[in-house]
Each structure stands twice: as structure tokens, then as C-alpha cells.
Design a protein around this ligand. Sequence first.
Ligand code: ASP
Length: 431
Amino acid sequence: MLKVCKFGGSSLADAKQFSKVKAIIESDEARKVIIVSAPGKSQEEPEKVTDLLIQAYKTKDIKKVKERILSIKKELGLTCNVEEPLNAIEKALEQNIITEQVLVSRGEYFSAMLLADYLGYTFVDSRSLIHFKDDGKVDLERTRKDIALAVKEHERVVIPGFYGSKPDGSICLFSRGGSDVSAAYAADAVSADLYENFTDVSGFYMADPRLIENPHRIKEISHDELRELAYTGAQVLHQETIIPLIEKGITLELLNTNHPEEGSTLIKKYAREGHHLITGFAGRKGLIALTFVKSRESNKLEVIRKILNVLHEHQIPVEHIPTSIDSFSVIIDKSKIEDQLFAVIEECEAIPEIVSITQDDDVALVAIVGQNMAKKPGVSGRLLSVFGEENINIKLIDQGRVEINIIVGVSNDDLEKSIKALYSRFAKELV
Ligand code: ASP
């Protein structure tokens, strides 16, 4: 039995948290491959080490980071030499010879060094394990090979999350929260029996607990359902975490470092047919809808292709494309288009088949996700009627592939109200 375990920042915020992590790891022989985040926030520690490092790149001052790392080392009575690399970084920062990526990755680096020493495991630097290609994508073959080799050689390892290296050896980071993804690649590389992801929540809830008091915890959810929820705003795991797990069908368990007894959520290739009609609700604000009306005689596919080409040229990702006969909308994350909006509209206006373009920049998306909704006549009608009863205007509707999700666009101000209303009507409904 081989488990890959990932501990998030709040699980490693200080020496007290490190000791909880050690107890968890030592309670199960199978916990052999450990991936860590940088020390994060706790009640006593108001800042994440990664944020401190980002600030330090600007201020050239890593005093606070040094204090955090050294105090964990001291309180745990460790002997690993973190002083030398900390001083080297400080010097390099003064002399302006360290890149931002290297500096920002050091939170995970030191966290892993400390935990490896504390556990008596081998520290293996992800620089030599997670390989990125020049285009920033992970080189799966090299990554699989090198992680598998390291685990075979050392058996029990601690690996820093969040970064790897490019072919020229330079450090490359995943996006924020990326240690989840590092651990998913490790789980894939060693064909783990289970990927345990320890955070500060006891699993994945049917709706955001900041919005709904005591929401129902999801016991099992499929990879696909979770991806849909994460895509539309459910934030417990990094959006890309599931991708490396799909091919080998590896199960991820989401647990709470502070209360492992409280229960968890299993994220599986095929979740056991649950009894709930809906698995979860998620929401995401801050989108923009560009609606294009085309001339009646033009070919819709051709026109959509031209619009998507313009967006592609500007490297703007598209979230949804609801269509009707002579018009279609593209839904885009506002932050991804803001700077280029005028240029994009101008280029789209130049497409001869386009008759008009309108813009709505007050769009939020509600995702209603559940494999049990598939092939059940009447479910979407009942879901949508909730919006009518609550007097919420629906701006768009999109039913996703294999009928496991329905996306509804509303005004940003209506998002919370929509999720609360949906939850209160459907959370308890069984199939
Ligand atoms: N430390 C990084 C962050 O704060 C990566 C991670 O924790 O997964 O985003």
C-alpha cells in the first residue's frame, strides 16, 4: 500500500502544526511520499510564507521569512542546515541576482527540508523531479520517470510542492495553490493507492460553507463532478489537481489535519451512486458576456470560428459559448480580457458577417452539478423554476456534456441568493 500525502500551508504554519502532521504520517505505514506547501496562515501567523516571499522580492528584505523558518526549526529541535541557504538567498536578493520564481519557490523548499528532517525521511528537490517544457506544460514522461526513481531509491521522501524546473534548469512555478497539482503528479508517477490531501476543512461540501450554514458534506464525488465544481468557483483544491489522476483513476481523499476524525470526501473515478439528486453547487462572479449577432445568411460555425480566432490571438480563454440561431455569446473571465477588451471588440467588428456586438459585464455563473441528474426528465425545469420564484433574472443557460452540470448565468448581485435558494430546495432531495 502506497499513499501520497499533501499537506497544505495551514497544516504547516508553525511548529505545533508540524507536530500534528508528523503524528498523522506516523500513524500509517503507507504514508511514504509527502508533498508540502510553504508554511501558511494560522491564528498566530497572519501571513503565508509565499506572500512574504512575493513581498520580499520587491522590498529585498526576507527577515520575516527567516524568522518563520528558523522558529520552526528551533521549536522542533531540528538539525538540518537551513541557515546557509537562507543566508545565500538574502545575499542574492541584495545583489539582485535571484529570480522571482526561485525566491517564491523557497517557501516549499524550506518547508520540505524541515519536515524531512523531523520525520527522518529523505528530502528530494522538485527541481529534479517535476519537469516543465518550454511552453510551461508539464513533461509527463520525464516527471513520471524521475519521481518513480526517487521513490524507489529512497522509499520515504518529502518533496516540495508548487515548483519544478524547465529544460534549462530554471525554476518554474505552478499557479498559486499548485502544490495540490505537484502531489497529483507524484500520485500518478508512483501509481499511488490513494492521494490524501490534508487541508483545514473536513472534505468537500455541497455548497460554500461561507454562504450556507453547516452544508452537507459530500462523501464521494467523481473526478468529473469535482472538476465542474472547481471550474465554477469551488475553491478547496487547485483547479488542475484532478487532471493527472484521471488516466490511472487514482482516488483523492480530502481530509482535515486539525480534525482527521471529522470525516472526509473521496474523489474517485466513478463515485458510488449517491442518493442525492444534486452533488454540489458552486458560483463564480466577475464574468463578461459578449453577444454577437451575425447576418442571417452567414454560416454560424464559420463566424464563431473567426471570433474564437480573435480571442485565441489575444490568448483570452473562453468559459462558455451559448448559441441561438443568429446570435451567440462568449462568456469570459473579466480579469482575463479587461486590458484588451477594446482591441478585441474592434477586431470582431471588422468581421464582415457580424451585425452587432453587445457587452454585459455583470455576469456570475452558478454551477449545479450532479451525475444523478443525467437522463432525468424535468430536473432542469425544476431547478430553473427556483430562479423565477426568487425573481432572479437568468441571463444564460448552458447544460454541459453528459448532463452532469447545468450552468446558469445571473447578475453578480444575485449569485448568493441563487445558491441559497437552490440549496434550500434541493440539498435534501434524493433520487
Ligand atoms: N505556497 C503556494 C501558495 O501559497 C502554493 C501552495 O501552497 O500550494 O499558493
